[in-house]
Design a binder for this molecule. Structure first.
Ligand code: A3P
Length: 299
C-alpha cells in the first residue's frame, strides 16, 4: 500500500501521505472552480459522507441508482486527494467536490468563482470521539494512544506521545481553526452552514434547506426518497458509502466501522466530567473571537 507512513505538510497542517502528495495539494490550491460547482467543506468526521449522499440523491431526484452503484469518492471526489484529477467528471451540470482543506488555501479561488459551498459543523466533542475511532481503523493515520491522549492532542494541538509509531500532530489541523476560518468566509462566499445535529434532528428540513440553497426544487415524494436513502440505517448498509470496498490493509473494519454510530452526544460516553469541563473552557477560550452561535445541547 502506497505511502502509508508518509506525512505531507501543507498550509501549516499535516495530512496523510497515502491520500495526498505535494502535487495533488498544489493542484487543489490552483483549481479553478466554475459556476455550478457545489463544494462540501468539513473538518473530518463532521458529516461529509452524509452530505455526499444527500447531494447525490437531490440531483437524482431521489433515485438511488447512482448512490447504489458508484462509490461516494467518485461521485463527490476530494479535491486534495491524489486521484481527484482523474476522477472529477468533466460534464455539464453540477460537479460535487469535497474538501477538508482550511479556508485560507481555497477561499481566494472560491471567491473568484460562483461555486456554492456547503459547510457542515459538528459538535467538536463528538468529532473528537468519531475521529479517535477513525484513527483506530485507518491505517494511514498515526496511532493515537489512549482516548485522553488523543483528546489533548485534539484540543491543544499537542503531539502524540513520543513512544508511538509516528510522532505527529493532529492530522488535518485544529478543529477550531478550521471552523473559524470557514465561518469567517460567510460574507465572501455563496455558502451555507449546516450542523450535523440539525441534520440529525430534522433531516427533511436540512434536505429542503440544501435544495433551496442550490435552487433545486423537489416534489414532496422526491424529498421522501432522499430522506429514506440518507438514513443512517440505510447508508450503513450501502457498500458505496460505508467504505467496506476499501481493503482491510487501509481501513480495518474489525477495529471500528466507518458508519460507526451516527448519533448525537456519544461524547457523553467517553469524556469524564473533568475532561468535559476542560473541553468547555478551551472551547470558550478558542471560540471567543468567533460569533458562531450553536446550541450543542441539541439532540
Ligand atoms: P460516528 O463515528 O460518530 O458514527 P465523515 O463522513 O465526515 O467522515 O463523518 C463520519 C461520521 O458521520 C460518523 O460518525 C458516521 O457514522 C456519521 N454519519 C454518516 N452518515 C450518517 C447518517 N446518515 N446519519 C447520521 N450519521 C451519519
Amino acid at each position: 500500500m502506497d505511502r502509508m507512513d508518509v506525512t505531507e505538510e501543507f498550509a501549516g497542517i499535516q495530512l496523510p501521505g497515502h491520500l495526498h502528495t505535494p502535487q495533488s495539494l498544489q493542484y487543489a490550491q490552483d483549481f479553478q472552480f466554475r459556476e455550478g460547482d457545489v463544494v462540501i467543506v468539513t473538518f473530518p468526521k463532521s458529516g461529509t459522507t452524509w452530505m455526499q449522499e444527500i447531494l447525490t440523491l437531490i440531483y437524482s431526484k431521489g433515485d438511488p441508482a447512482i448512490a447504489k452503484s458508484v462509490p461516494n469518492w467518485v461521485r463527490a471526489p476530494w479535491l486534495e486527494h491524489t486521484y481527484f484529477k482523474d476522477t472529477l467528471k468533466d460534464e455539464e451540470g453540477p460537479r460535487i467536490i469535497t474538501t477538508h482543506l482550511p479556508s485560507d488555501t481555497l477561499a481566494p479561488a472560491l471567491q473568484k468563482s460562483k461555486a456554492k459551498v456547503i459547510y457542515i459543523v459538528r459538535n467538536p466533542k463528538d468529532v473528537a470521539v468519531s475521529f479517535y475511532y477513525f484513527h483506530k481503523m485507518a491505517k494511514f493515520l498515526p496511532e493515537t494512544g489512549s482516548f485522553p491522549e488523543f483528546l489533548e492532542c485534539f484540543l491543544e494541538g499537542k503531539e502524540f506521545s513520543a513512544d508511538k509509531k509516528t510522532q505527529n500532530k493532529l492530522y488535518y489541523g485544529s478543529w477550531f481553526d478550521h471552523v473559524k476560518g470557514w465561518y469567517g468566509q460567510k460574507k465572501n462566499l455563496d455558502i451555507i452552514y449546516l450542523t450535523y445535529e440539525n441534520m440529525h434532528k430534522d433531516l427533511r428540513r436540512s434536505i429542503k434547506k440544501v435544495c433551496g440553497f442550490l435552487g433545486c426544487p423537489m416534489y414532496s415524494e422526491e424529498v421522501d426518497k432522499v430522506e429514506q436513502h440518507c438514513r443512517f440505517s440505510v447508508m450503513s448498509q450501502n457498500v458505496m458509502v460505508n467504505y467496506t470496498l476499501i481493503p482491510t490493509e487501509i481501513l480495518d473494519h474489525e477495529k471500528s466501522k466507518f458508519m460507526r454510530k451516527g448519533v448525537v452526544g456519544d461524547w457523553k460516553n467517553h469524556l469524564t466530567e473533568e475532561q468535559n469541563e476542560n473541553f468547555n473552557r478551551i472551547y470558550k477560550e478558542k471560540m471567543s473571537d468567533c460569533d458562531l452561535q450553536i446550541d450543542w445541547s441539541l439532540n
